[in-house]
Design a protein around this ligand. Sequence first.
Ligand code: FEO
Ligand code: CA
Ligand code: CA
Length: 689
Amino acid sequence: MDDKTHAPNPDNFRWDNDGTADVLPGTATRPTAGEPLASVIDRAISRRALLKGSAVAGATLVIAPSALLAPSPAVAAPRHRDPGSRLTFETVPPGNEPDIVVPPGYSVDILLRWGDPLTPAAPEFDVDQQSPAAQAQQFGFNADLVLWYPLPRLVARSVGIRGRLGAIANRSLGLLYPRLATQTSRHALVVVNHEYTSGVDMFPGYDSAAPTAEQVRIEIEAHGFSIVELRLGDDGRWRFERGSPFNRRSTGSTPIEIAGPLRGHALMRTSADPDGVEVLGSLNNCAGGKTPWGTILTCEENFDQYFANFAAVTGASRAVSERIPAPDGASERRWEDVVERFDLAKEPNEYNRFGYVVEVDPYDPGTPAKKRTALGRFKHEGAAARIARDGRVAIYSGDDARFEYVYKFVSAGTYDRFDRAANLDLLDRGTLYVARFDVGDVAGDDMGDGVWLELSPDNPVLADWTLEEILLDTRGAADRVGATPMDRPEDVEVSPQTGKVYIALTNNSRRTEPDEANPRIANEHGHIIELVEDDPADLTFRWNILVKCGDPTVAEHDTRFGDIPDPVAAGISPIADPDNLVHDDDGNLWIATDGQYFSGSVGFGQNDGIFAVPVEGTDRGRLRQFLSGVPGGEVCGPEFSGDNKTFFCAIQHPNDGEAFAKLWPTDETRVSKPSLIAVRRNDGRKIGR
Ligand code: FEO
Ligand code: CA
Ligand code: CA
């Protein structure tokens, strides 16, 4: 969900996800205007030389997925000398067609739509006869994150017999998962987040001023996430397996464990849960990521919008949320009128139980999801994992609001491929850090270095904070240590080939003071930063701006695409508002956008889409469009099957605000439906090349 409207009428946008309360002063200006041309050229040369150096450093220090099976981290050899040059798909032109457009030679399959029954007993969807009980067994609304997991036969057998994952199957899965995750698998589990709901696009005759109790309860059940089994047919198409024992919904009312340092804490206790150990639901699940042991990390983002009457909250419970407040009075959704716990005047601590990374094991339908409080509380967009040389696990995460921060958690314990059961609680103990992006040797060259600042009472700056206060008021602690306010950190992804970390900064129209890592005033189209560490447990890093988005044919957009000297001649596509990210198995970065139609003061007038960009080799920065989405709909959750022969993504809020007037998928007759789609090549080869 973005801060811009997705529909032609800006009044249709109801959920302002980051108001002025999020705004902090920017960092200091470093003017570059009026600089002599010679120094600009010097900077460019120094940038190229340094980037070359950092690329080499990154490439020699990487853990590839297959290397996780080795007794010690191995060096990942590039699979292709110049992988970017293998991206040979025909560029999709920008457009606003009513249906999805992919390159010639590719096909689109719609796998699951809002309301599709996920179990044999679930009722068929009927937009005129919706109920909370039906929605709780059907595919939820507004699909976002998509993650693909191989499903080994022994795991399917174990769950088929017992209803849950047995110890032997769990151990075997721990050994097999890293290898299977990059191979062809005919059975797979896929998780899809359901970020938020829009009553106007769900219910005929919806009155946003007075939603009915039934509508509120249906919307609560349409949140959360779905885990489903897919099967690959001989025709190369994935199909949903309705009878699978792995299919399940987690909704806005499903019990979820509170895990980590905040479990049982006084500020986590409510009248319904006096021990502070279990919360109903996860909300606003946006992006996320995979752990090396094959679990899902699904992230709670704009959770503030579900709660009301923050003005009535006092004392410690108020103090920890001053930097991430809920509405002072009524919420726009009015859930508080139907479900008491959303009224903070009645249940002030309920608010403290949202805003976390949630871990869930797709392979074990018998285990609950867990909120991993050690990773802090903020508007978590995504989560990406990388294993350090010593086996500790780093999780990178961004806080998507204007002038918010980029974080890294490093586990205290170490990953053990022989003991998957032990890995399952690895994220409950460790240290959280926040990023400060520094200028480096030269100012204004779109690159620099940086420091991970520790967010714990061991940091003298936070000596008067408890760990629990830091984890509840993570933004406040990050302010105190001097982190760098960024231009809305969306998804963060780690390249499985090089270990480099990519951060999508989607836009920030309110920036008035540029800094080295956020160099554009009123950053309308966003940028992507590449962060390089020698080891993910390191406390320093180097960084550079890979892409400054915009239309390369418009000089005022001040674009950058790697170090491509003439982006127009190179056939680079216009792009704005980078959001969700994924890598293919050559290491190329694939980008989903959110908000291109209305991007900036003028807007691109083009549907959101998918773009692929090489990040190594001579074509580094040669970004081209692969898919064009649907009017009013953002494209989310880019993901590949293990063999890279299928590309998955989600179409969120198609025909936003006009879902009953304009229809997508195009064979629908009553209402547009957020959906999971798969893209495959007609010749069955790998996507993109
Ligand atoms: Fe839910 Fe920041 O996108
Ligand atoms: Ca610099
Ligand atoms: Ca997003």
